[in-house]
Design a protein around this ligand. Structure first.
Ligand SMILES: Nc1ncnc2c1ncn2[C@@H]1O[C@H](COP(=O)(O)OP(=O)(O)OP(=O)(O)O)[C@@H](O)[C@H]1O
Ligand SMILES: [Mg+2]
Length: 347
């Protein structure tokens, strides 16, 4: 998670803050796959383990985490912060029915702000890093708006939630690719970057000017290596650091493993991204019922099978933080088998 070249004010910086918590963003692109339910239950699990947890409703288009927690819409929300009605994020934190878990609500009138200005995002990230908590979990909305991508990229830890459906696999792959492209463009080819040749090389490779779009990140790396050694090292550092977790939801353990493996292979081969499988949450009618009861499932089932799912996921995420060395950069392969994606999703 070493990202020394990025500054505190850069929303793409890895957000390991001075207080020691890591900002964990939960995204993945596909709607309705269980991002929010996973965020709520992971947050609940951590809180019931005695950690101080902040759960943030980062779904700027349709905030509803308070409902999953059985709460009325809090008076103050992220919208209040973005609209400068409050000075600090602490002012909008509210207690939840889960001991140790505080919620930062998204606000229902935030739709018009779903694409906040870059400066607003930078400010939000700076303030998120200052929160006093052991875990900060940011639940993102579906899609690939700049707001979603920038918040996903700004987090120190990234989780993509998906189901084993082919459409979810495709959307997740497309989401991760788009997020990485945005990160590379911002870090290596920012509008005000001095090296025009490098900028042109990267934009042409990613955006495909004059039919020169690359098929793989490895190919992009070769082009970057042709223009700048420094940028090549930066690119390698970004790739070594950018290792999202995947959580398979509504799947059996075997389906989860197989899906993580096949998505992992495509991500490695085409976008040089090492995915880490945090675990699988099985489809469980009790999970769906918890939504209707407006109560986090784990709060009432501290020893059940879903508790064990989340305990495994949390253990993997925590183990991943204990200084495990970054995976070596992976070389792209030309063959994939079997590709779960249509050809045009790969370019
Ligand atoms: N493990 C599960 N077992 C059974 N049902 C589940 C499970 N996970 C999610 N669901 C069902 O899927 C629905 C959608 O979940 P959730 O709201 O968490 O998705 P989301 O990805 O956050 O959606 P959005 O993209 O709209 O934010 C839940 O209301 C619930 O009915
Ligand atoms: Mg959601």
């Amino acid at each position: 998670m070493d990202d020394a070249h990025t500054e505190d004010s850069d929303p793409n910086a890895s957000a390991v803050d001075a207080l020691g918590h890591k900002l964990t963003a939960v995204g993945g692109g596909k709607g309705g796959v269980g991002k929010s339910l996973t965020s709520v239950n992971l947050a609940t699990y951590f809180a019931l383990q005695g950690r101080r947890v902040v759960l943030i409703d980062g779904d700027l288009g349709g905030a509803d985490l308070h409902t999953l927690l059985g709460m009325a819409p809090p008076r103050l929300s992220l919208a209040s912060f973005i609209k400068r009605e409050v000075e600090t994020l602490d002012e909008i934190l509210v207690e939840t029915p889960v001991p140790g878990l505080k919620l930062m609500a998204g606000g229902s009138d935030i739709l018009g702000l779903a694409n906040p200005q870059f400066a607003q995002k930078m400010k939000l990230i700076r303030h998120l890093k200052k929160l006093a908590a052991d875990e900060v979990i940011l639940d993102l909305g579906a899609g690939t708006s700049f707001a979603v991508l920038d918040l996903f990229n700004a987090a120190a830890e990234r989780i993509a939630v998906l189901t084993p459906d082919p459409t979810a696999i495709q959307d997740t792959y497309a989401f991760l690719k788009t997020a990485l492209h945005r990160r590379l463009k911002r870090d290596l080819a920012a509008r005000n970057a001095p090296d025009e040749a490098l900028k042109d090389t990267i934009l042409e490779a990613i955006e495909g000017g004059s039919g020169r779009r690359v098929a793989t990140i490895e190919e992009l790396r070769e082009r970057v290596a042709g223009v700048s050694e420094e940028a090549t090292s930066k690119l390698d550092a970004i790739l070594a650091d950018y290792r999202p977790w995947v959580i398979l939801n509504m799947a059996t353990t075997a389906e989860g493993r197989a899906t993580a493996d096949s998505l992992g292979k495509v991500a490695r081969d085409f976008i040089s991204m090492e995915l880490r499988h945090a675990g699988t949450v099985e489809r469980d009618p009790e999970m769906a019922r918890s939504v209707r009861r407006m109560r986090p499932h784990l709060l009432d089932h501290r020893d059940g099978p879903r508790w064990r799912d989340f305990s495994g996921i949390a253990a993997n995420i925590i183990a991943g933080r204990s200084g495990a060395p970054a995976a070596p950069r992976v070389r792209a392969h030309t063959a994939i088998d079997p590709p779960p994606l249509p050809k045009d999703a790969l370019s």
